[in-house]
Design a protein around this ligand. Structure first.
Ligand SMILES: C[S@@+](CC[C@H](N)C(=O)[O-])C[C@H]1O[C@@H](n2cnc3c(N)ncnc32)[C@H](O)[C@@H]1O
Length: 214
């Protein structure tokens, strides 16, 4: 469903140093038209000591998959990263709008592009980081998502993937399938909660770090 830009409501993202972003969400559209909690938890982790409170992102190349509103990637760009946020075509106008609305806070570079995990498009960027939040969500997309991560990941790339653990329906099976595929080619490590933001963490939201097996 195309995101309808006529009915929008903003969500403030306040960095720990007070820099404030306004991320617009759409009242009508698919799941990508709102900011999900897993995105906030991962964005706040980018502000943690592990990332030198965001400074580690300066000049780093960042690719976000399934970006939705673009919140996570936009936060990275406010710390000086060179970011490409991607999603299906239907999300492009909302991502572009959110980039425009926050341009004064963006100290790096950012662009929005269409990237469908079912296509085999390659991007020119050789990402230092691939960011993914709450995308282990659709049974038909688990393999295309893992294939996309494999295709776009360089040997040096760090993948950070956050997701909310869901216990209903087919979600546990879907998450198990995702790990089965990802563990074939990646080392998998969970970021402990005591490395995450003091407030923006939750026992059912996981941040995982994947690095390519050599
Ligand atoms: C639950 S939303 C999460 C959005 C955002 N990452 C967040 O956490 O706020 C899942 C996202 O995956 C995107 N998505 C689903 N299937 C996709 C596909 N085949 N290719 C690219 N993106 C896809 C959706 O459009 C949506 O933006």
């Amino acid at each position: 469903m195309a995101v309808n830009l006529e009915k929008l409501f903003p969500r403030e993202y306040v960095r720990n140093d007070g820099v404030t972003l306004n991320i617009y969400q759409a009242a009508i559209g698919d799941v990508g038209c709102v900011v999900w909690d897993a995105a906030l938890v991962l964005a706040k982790y980018l502000e943690s000591a592990d990332f030198l409170h965001g400074r580690l992102l300066q000049d780093k190349t960042v690719l976000e998959l399934g970006a939705g509103t673009g919140c996570l990637g936009i936060v990275a760009a406010t710390f000086g990263a060179k970011v490409c946020i991607t999603d299906l075509e239907s999300c492009l106008p909302l991502m572009q709008m959110n980039i425009g609305e926050n341009h004064e806070q963006i100290t790096g570079k950012i662009e929005a592009q269409i990237l469908d995990w079912n296509s085999h498009d390659t991007l020119t960027s050789r990402p230092d980081y691939i960011l993914i939040s709450d995308c282990i969500y659709y049974s038909e997309s688990v393999k295309p998502l893992v294939d996309t991560i494999n295709r776009l990941c360089e040997p040096h790339t760090i993948v950070l993937c956050s997701y909310e653990e869901r216990t209903s329906g087919n979600k546990p099976e879907l998450q198990r399938h995702f790990y089965e595929l990802i563990e074939a080619t990646f080392n998998v490590q969970e970021i402990p909660q005591n490395h995450q933001d003091d407030f923006y963490h939750s026992s059912d939201i996981h941040i995982m770090k994947f690095t390519k097996k050599s």
